[in-house]
Structures are given as C-alpha cells and as structure tokens.
Design a protein around this ligand. Structure first.
Ligand code: EPU
Length: 418
C-alpha cells in the first residue's frame, strides 16, 4: 500500500491541467451497455474507479480496449445480467448498471452496495423509480433482482434529488416504451453530460439541467464517440490549494461555469480569481484567509464533494466559520484527523464550527474516503513539518496523479511504499 508524504509551507505556483470527470465518466461508460457496437470515449481519467467500472462491464460481456485516456467499449456481446458483490462493494456507482441491464436484457441481479464511510446511502429511490417503470423488484440474499419484459414510461417524483438515481432512471427510460417524466431530478453537470451522450446515441431526452426531465423512449440506441467533461471537483481542489498556500495557480482545461458555487465562496475568503475561457487563475490574498460559512447543497449549490477541502481552508482562516453538510449524514470523518493536525473544530449535528488557527502542524494521518483524503493532502501542504497520509488508495479512486500535479506546482510531495 502507498502513502503520500507532504512537506508543508510552500506556495503553489504555475499551471495545472484538469482531467476528465470521474462522476461523468462512470455513468457514461455504463451507458455503452445500451447499444450494440463500439463506443469511443476520450478524456477518460485514469483512476481506480474507472478500472472498477471497466471490470464490471467486461464481466457483463462488454469488450473493452484502453489507450491513454481513450476507452473503447463494445457491448454487442452483453450476456451477463449479474453485478456481483465483489465488484459492487469496491465501487457503489456499480449500481448504475441496474437500469441499463433491465432495459437491454430484461433482467438484472445487482448486489446491494451497503453503507459507506460517508453515510448509509440507500438506493431506495433508484428501485422505486424502476418499479414505477414497470420492473418487478425483489431483494434476495443481498441482491436486487429486477425484471421487466419492456419498461414503460411513467411520471416519477424523487423525494431527494439523487445524482446516480437520476442517471440510472434516465438510462432505463431511454429504452422504455412511452414518455417518462423525472421530477425533482438532480441537476449536476455530470447528468447533463450523460444526457448529451444518450441523445447523441439517439435518445430523446429534454430538460436536463432542470429539475424536470422528460424522456421519450426509443426502441434502440446506436454507439457514439464522445469526450468526458472536465472534473469540477479536481479543479475545485486545486483552487482551494492555491488559496490555502498563498499561491498563484492557473487551472486549465476546466469548466468555470460548473464551479460558480466554489468560486463565489473562495472570493469571499479573499482569493483573487480571474476566469478566462476554460481557465481559472486563483491567487492567494495578501491579507490571509477570511472565514466564510458554507452549506452543501445539490447543484448548483456548494458541492458536498468540496466540503472537506474547504474545511481545511477554514481551519487556517481568520475567525469562526460554520460548515453544514446537508447531503450525507456522516461526511465529517476527516475532522478527527484535522484536529490531530491542530485544527480547532467542533461538530454539532450536521454542522462543524471551525475556529481558524494560525498554522496546522504536520502529523501522520489516515485517509478515510476519497474527498477526505484530498483534504488531508491539502492540510499537509499548509502545515508546518512533514505530514504522512496513509491509506491513499481512497485518493487513487478519484484523483489522477495528484501528487505529480502538486509537485509540478512546487509542492514538496511524494508517494512512497508503506
Ligand atoms: N439517497 C437516498 N436514496 C436513494 C439515493 C440517494 O436516500 O435512493 C440520498 C443519499 O443517501 C444522500 C442523497 O440522497 O443523502 C444524495 O445522494 P446521491 O444519490 O445524489 O449521491 P450518489 O449518486 O450516490 C453522487 C456522486 C458522489 C457525490 C454525490 C452528491 C457519483 C458516482 N457519485 O453520489 O460523489 O458526493 O452524488 O453530489 O456520481 C465522490 O466523488 O467522492 C462522491 C462521493
């Protein structure tokens, strides 16, 4: 297993190029199951989660070739309708195959993902929606067993806007008979990206990016060539890093429009931010970091996937701030590690009250989930001394070569074997 060693105290300077979005790539690679023939996807990030979804798709019978950041998937040989526990437990997003498998093979047997470090994360809304499309659903031995001769369009209301739930049902409804309306649908850019690709495959989806999506089912889709949108969370992580270290970093190949919530909060902290085309330049303020309250919300609100990174920034800001997490019930697991580095944080319910300290102090810390891992690296960049972040396999699930990108910006950071 690897660890990351960070020596803190250097200002980051230079340019960093953002890769394809993990959370767009995952459903898009899965959407290849919806058509016969070879799909080509460019700008696919090289991540552990992408390897996991590729293993799952090939287990289901798809042929996959990868070269650099291009992945080709041909699901003409789709024959297996079972996503086993061993593959699903590695990555919850595996549940995205449920809708496409029922639509294509008339049945699916997908392991229930179970809880995870950041919350219970049930999939009841995926299942309820699929049932409303006419699938019969049973839970047996830890598996969801779903079947339908042909799914039928319906009017579906999500109690909570769920990202992968919206994606799962959008894929299922694309091949259903008749019109499906998804209400209170999630509006994340990754959902828009998936819908654009489904439409390119011949689907008839309207309204994405709004909370009401209509999908007119078609009888078949065809393969496509497409590119994955930039990762807004990777971009946001580097933006925070620049501010945190009093740096001057230009984040290139990103989509500033997807980052409005983060840009807005960072400006309040005193960051000097300029946006030009697909680049964002973030200069750390001369007067330290101002504190600001943050509440995570579904898009276009402030993303929960940036909460841990922002908490590090607030840990060394002037004064008090309150960060409220409204999406996941247990997404403060990084707090105890940050406290070991000298952060002054008190948790009360779903809020964290953070009293900025002048400096964090390096310590050995343990990564617990993907974004928490990124926050510990950020803390290490800002701390006095050398921080060792253990269990970085969480980090490799969602950030491509993050230590190399930070090193190129002047950070003293390296990966080592435990
Ligand atoms: N929820 C339910 N029932 C459901 C589905 C969701 O109660 O059937 C609840 C969840 O427990 C949560 C809320 O609804 O409290 C929102 O969860 P959502 O379903 O939107 O999350 P997700 O689709 O499982 C995706 C991302 C996460 C990101 C969240 C929120 C992917 C593959 N994952 O998860 O990304 O945090 O949306 O934006 O797209 C990450 O990349 O580190 C990550 C965790």
């Amino acid at each position: 297993m690897d660890k990351i060693i960070v020596e803190g105290g250097r200002s980051l300077k230079g340019e960093v190029k953002i890769g394809g979005a993990k959370n767009a790539a995952l459903p898009i690679l899965v959407s290849s199951l919806l058509a016969d023939g070879e799909n080509t996807y460019h700008n696919v990030p090289k991540l552990q989660d992408i390897e996991s979804v590729k293993s799952l798709l090939s287990h289901l019978g798809a042929k996959i070739e990868s070269e650099g950041n291009t992945v080709r998937i041909d699901a003409s040989g789709l024959c297996n309708s079972e996503a086993p526990y061993d593959l699903v437990r590695k990555m919850r997003a595996s549940v995205l195959v449920l809708g496409p498998l029922v639509a294509r093979l008339k049945k699916a047997r997908v392991s229930l993902p179970g809880g995870c470090a950041i919350g219970a994360r049930p999939i009841n809304l995926h299942l309820k929606g699929l049932a409303q499309l006419g699938a019969s659903i049973e839970l047996n031995h830890g598996y969801v067993e779903a079947s339908a001769e042909r799914l039928k369009g319906n009017d579906i209301y999500f109690d909570i806007p769920t990202v992968t739930g919206t994606e799962n049902l959008m894929m299922a409804a694309a091949l259903a008979e008749g019109v499906t309306t998804l209400r209170n649908a999630a509006r994340e850019p990754e959902i828009v990206a998936l819908a654009n690709i489904l439409n390119k495959m011949g689907a008839k989806i309207k309204g994405v990016g709004n909370s009401v999506i209509t999908i007119e089912g078609v009888s078949a889709l065809h393969p496509v060539t497409a590119s994955i949108i930039p990762d807004r969370i990777e971009a946001g992580t580097f933006m925070v890093a620049s501010m945190l270290t009093g740096g001057d970093v230009t984040i290139t190949d990103c989509e500033p429009d997807h980052l409005r919530g983060v840009i807005n909060k960072l400006k309040i902290t005193g960051a000097d931010i300029s946006v030009e085309g697909k680049s964002i330049r973030v200069k750390g303020g001369q007067n330290g970091i101002e504190s600001v309250d943050v509440k995570t919300l579904p898009y276009p609100g402030f993303p929960t996937d940036m909460q841990a990174q922002f908490m590090v920034l607030m840990s060394v800001a002037k004064g008090l701030s309150i960060i409220s997490e409204t999406i996941f019930e247990n997404r403060f697991i990084h707090v105890s590690e940050l406290k070991r580095m000298g952060a002054d944080i008190i948790i009360s319910g779903n809020s964290a009250v953070i009293k900025g300290v002048p400096m964090l102090s390096a310590a050995p810390v343990m990564a617990t989930d993907l974004r928490a891992s990124a926050s510990l690296i950020l803390a290490g960049l800002a701390a006095r001394g050398t921080t060792e972040v253990h269990r970085v396999y969480h980090l490799d699930r969602g950030y491509e070569a993050i230590e190399k990108k930070f090193a190129a910006l002047g950070a003293a950071i390296r990966r080592a074997k435990e």
